[in-house]
Each structure stands twice: as C-alpha cells, then as structure tokens.
Design a binder for this molecule. Structure first.
Ligand code: TPP
Length: 568
C-alpha cells in the first residue's frame, strides 16, 4: 500500500470512528466521487447505520428528521460543488429548531481551488453563521499526531453540535486523488483510544433570583404557554406547576402536552375575539419552548403586553418576536417549575374554571367539523391514526389544522413539524427521516409542499422505509385564501393561489408508492388502518374556497359559544 492511500484510509477511518464513539449512530450519504474515502469507510464501520439519498436537499432534511426523532446527532456526507449548497435549507431549519447535524463536505485540495477545476465552489464557511461551528480540515495524513487531531475533531464536532442549544456544524474535507481507501479489515487494524468524554453542565437556578421571580408571579391569574419543547422532562413539571397554581396551560400541539385532557386546545378559535381576549386578561404569562403556531394566541399575548411575561428557555436564544419579555430565564425548565412550586402556595380559583368553560364551549363546535373540507378531513385523520404513531404535519394549513383539531386527551401520538424556518421544502424527507428511526409515521402535507420534495420519496425506496402521507390537494397554496391578499382579485390566483393542476398518482407510480384517492372521511379512516410496506400516498382533493369558508364558520360559531359560556 502506498503512503497516500494509507493516509486517506487511516485519517478518515479514525474520524468516522471518533464520530461514532462520541454518539453518532447514523449517516446519510449522497453519491459523488470526491467523498469516496469517507463514504466507503462509513459503509465499513460496524456500528454506523447509513442511508442513501441522491438529492442533497432531501438528504439534509432526511438527516434532520432522523436527528429529531432519535435526539442524537446525525452525519451528512456529500461530494464537492453545488451538492454541498443543497444542504442549506436543512442546515437553516436545524439551526433554528436546535437539531444537531454534522455536515461533512468533501472538497478539492487547496491547489485546485479558484483555478477553474471542475465541480469546485467556495465551500469555506459555506453556511455562514448558520452553522454553529466550521472547521477546514487538514490534508489527510497518518502520523500519530494527525490521527490524534482528526479523532479530536470528530469528538469536537459532536460536542459543538449537541451542546445547548443544539444545531448544525460543518467540516470541509480536502481530498487529493487517488481517492479509493484500502478498507479491508480497517476497523480491526486501527488502534482505538478511549473517546474524549463530552460533558456540559445544566443551567441551574439561583436562590435569590428564583425568590424575585416567585414574588413577581405570585398572582391569581397566571397563564402558562407551552410551545415545542426539546427537553421532555419539562412536561410533567409544567403540568404540576399548572395544577398547583390553578393556571391554565395553553398547549401548542408540538409541546406534546395535549396528551393531557386538562390543557387548553381550542384557544386558536376563541382568542380570535377581542372581547374574549380582554375577559381573559392574565396577571402574568409564563412561556416555555418555541413560539406557538397560533397567531390569535400571539395577538392575545401582545394585547396584554403590560403584564409580566416570563420566558423560560434552558438552551438560550431569544425567542420573543413581539418583544414582550420582562424576564428572560435561562434555567432548566423542570428545575424552574420545581423552584416556583416550592415558593408558591396551592391555589384554586374561578380563573381556571372560566378558561375551561370557554375552551369546552369552543371545542364542542370545533368537534362538529364533518365532510370533505380540509378541517373535517384532518379531524377524521386524527381520530383514525393508530395509537402510538407519529404524526408529521407540513407547514402552511396542516400544522394549523393540527392546532385546531387535536383535542386534548384524545390522541396518544408523537407530534412533529418543521417550525424553525417554516419552509414548505424538505417535508417528505423530514417525515421519512423520522420513519428511518423506526417510528410509525403518518404525514399530512399540502400539495405545493409535497411537490417541493417529491424527490424525497426516493429515500423510501432506496432505504426500504415505510410511511403514510396524506396529501391535501387543494390545487395550490390554500393558506393564502385566509390572508388579506385573497381580496386582491387581479393578482391573487397567479401570484398566491398558484394552481399547478398536479395530481400525484403518477408520482406515486414513479417512486413505487401505493396510491389511494380519498373520497370520504370513512374511506380515509379505513385506509389509515391498512398496513402496507413502503410509502402509501393518500390524496384528498379539496376546494380552497370551501375550506376557507368552513373554517371561518366554525371559528365564528366557536366564538359565539365561548362568549355565551363566559356570561353564564
Ligand atoms: N417557499 C418555501 C421554501 N417556504 C415557504 N414557506 C414559502 C415558499 C411560502 N409559502 C408558505 S405557505 C405556501 C408557500 C408558497 C403555500 C403552501 O401550499 P401547500 O403546501 O399546498 O399548503 P396549503 O397552503 O394548501 O395548506
């Protein structure tokens, strides 16, 4: 074996092994020549599971879904050139939603950069500040020092990606030809030292500051708002705090708190009304997790901008787009709740009863949805999905319908969405990435979003994955019909409605998926309980105008009933 090949083999094998021993169990690989040494040595590693996806944009989101569901860092590997640029949307989503991704791009060596070599773009800091950490790697060598360096870089990549707040890191690898490694028995040949132990502390509360906050929030009318939470241990502590203080929890579906029957679930409907917003004026708002999806909830919080607004976020960041925070608390959420419970007495008052009455009245109306409009179909979908499944909702109306029709205490499923950058891209792939970890995934995606990532379906075929996708096909962007632009008759259809006329039966055939056209709620319920290998595409054709009008009628009726409940 010549020296060059030995350098390529040892260097990359040590890097991959170090990633693996630091916690990386999965890698998503896209094909290419420059990445050959890393790709082959990833395939050879006994404890690394690899997935293949040709389209790098889809591959990025696939890795994102896998990392979300396993809550572990996932590696991504591609060749040089525009391949690497195609990871950007997933890198952006991972950064905002705090998901650890380890992006490995292969590159030309320095002498072949900026000199017209093929497939060479500037990959240095390609993702800018969106990547938490960037390293331009050394040319492969197999000296003891070089191998210690590359192992350390592997461990550090995992550390940087997973340290709070989690996010994407980028390592760029320059490789000289020839690229083929001498992989036979490599992981038995290399000397493997103990991995570096990666240790971070927790944001723990300070006595005196906790006393101050407890004094501030020692009021009767508190409201707890819970958005998407990464730290699942926070859930029971938030519930206990709410119970002890008699404070309602306004639970975004991605908080996972709607498994509990007592949380508020129909607020998006009744908080559309200003009189109700005023009648439910809080004395303090305590917010956990990411921003909730409901706009009426955001407007409720903004309307009461003059009350103390405490944001508890253990991982840092500044999630407060309306600039409402009076206290930004960087403390572990569960620990915060425990400290507050120690300091505040038990309380029962009319306050919660009032919220519960209003919520119940609105919910009764929302439950009446029935028919072939998207709201009713979504409601039916949620009733029929098997217990223990995972639901992934696309952006645009699906996540909003999840908010409207996921009734508290009625469905024991895990809920996912890509609410970092709210893109309509990469949704098929994110859902497939979740399925790749072994979860039983049911996705609901709008037709434009589905079109955007049809390529993602190849990932199911190439990696033998199964999931069910319900495509809500309203022939274009349904969400825009709810916005003021819908009144703009001259330009609306061409610029916002964007009817594509696409139907996805042929796409299903192209990618080897099962396909069923859905014509009724009963049929949808039946199909959701069929068990098939591979991807099943259920396509429901709906009408944008009817969807909007049915939603508006429900909201109006829900508000009326909620107002009546307030007066009783
Ligand atoms: N491009 C990306 C990558 N992300 C976006 N969020 C948008 C554009 C803007 N956008 C938001 S919603 C939407 C568009 C284009 C329409 C989505 O249509 P569809 O997926 O069919 O869902 P529906 O609105 O019908 O529920």
């Amino acid at each position: 074996m010549n020296n060059h090949q030995e350098n390529m083999t040892q260097y990359n094998a040590h890097f991959i092994d170090s990633l693996n021993r630091s916690g990386v169990e999965y890698a998503v690989i896209s094909p290419g020549s420059r990445s050959t040494p890393m790709a082959i040595l990833m395939e050879e590693h006994p404890d690394l599971t690899t997935f293949i996806q040709v389209d790098e944009r889809s591959a990025g989101f696939f890795a994102l879904g896998l990392a979300k569901s396993t809550q572990k860092p996932v590696a991504l590997l591609c060749t040089s050139g525009t391949a690497a640029a195609n990871y950007m949307p997933a890198v952006a989503e991972a950064a905002i939603s705090r998901v650890p991704l380890i992006v490995l791009t292969s590159d030309r060596p320095p002498e072949l950069r900026d000199v017209g070599a093929p497939q060479a773009i500037d990959q240095i800091h390609l993702y800018g500040h969106t990547a938490k950490w960037f390293a331009e790697m050394a040319i492969p060598e197999s000296t003891e020092n070089a191998l210690r360096y590359v192992r350390t870089q592997g461990a550090r990549a995992v550390f940087e990606a997973t340290a709070a707040p989690g996010g994407p890191v980028h390592l760029n690898f320059p490789y000289r030809e020839p690229l083929l490694p001498d992989y036979d028995g490599i992981y038995e040949r290399i000397y493997i030292p103990a991995p570096i132990r990666l240790i971070t502390g927790k944001q723990m509360p300070d006595e005196q500051q906790m006393n101050e906050i407890a004094d501030t929030i020692h009021v009767e009318k508190g409201v707890i708002v819970a958005g998407e939470l990464v730290n699942m241990n926070a859930l029971s502590a938030i519930l206990s705090l709410s119970e002890k203080r008699g404070w309602p929890i306004i639970a975004d579906p991605l908080s996972q708190l709607r498994k509990n029957a007592d949380v508020m679930d129909s607020y998006d409907a009744f908080l559309r009304d200003d009189d109700i917003k005023d009648a439910l004026k809080p004395e303090v708002i305590i917010r956990f997790g990411a921003l909730p999806v409901s706009k009426s909830l955001m407007l409720y919080m903004e309307r009461h901008s003059n009350v103390p607004h405490v944001i508890v976020d253990t991982d840092g960041g500044w999630r407060d787009p309306f600039h409402l925070a009076t206290h930004m608390v960087r403390v572990n959420e569960a620990a915060f709740c425990i400290e507050m419970m120690k300091r505040l007495p038990e309380q029962s008052s009319n306050w919660t009863t009032c919220w519960q009455k209003v919520n119940a009245a609105a919910r009764t109306v929302m439950k009446e949805a029935d028919g072939m409009d998207e709201g009713a179909l979504f409601s039916r979908f949620l009733q029929a999905v098997p217990e223990g499944a995972s639901i992934f909702t696309g952006n645009s109306m699906p996540i909003r319908d999840l908010d409207s029709f996921l009734f508290a205490g009625e469905q024991h499923v895990r809920l996912y969405g890509n609410r970092g950058a709210n893109g309509i891209d990469g949704l098929v792939s994110t859902a497939l990435g979740i399925a790749a970890s072994g979860e039983n995934v049911y996705a609901v995606i709008g037709d434009l979003s589905f079109f955007h990532d049809v390529n993602g379906l190849l990932g199911a075929k190439m990696n033998r994955l199964s999931m069910t996708v319900l495509v809500m096909n309203n022939d274009g962007g349904g969400i825009f019909s709810y916005l003021p632009q819908s009144g703009e008759k001259k330009h609306f259809e061409r610029l916002f409605g964007t009817p594509t006329g696409l139907k996805f039966e042929h796409a299903a055939a192209l990618y080897g998926c099962h396909y069923v056209r859905i014509d009724s709620g009963d049929q949808l319920a039946k199909e959701l309980n069929e068990s098939r290998d591979g991807v099943t595409i259920l396509e429901a054709f709906t009408d944008r105008a009817a969807n909007t009008s049915v939603h508006r009628t429900l909201w109006k009726e829900a508000i009326q009933q909620a107002k009546q409940a307030l007066e009783e």
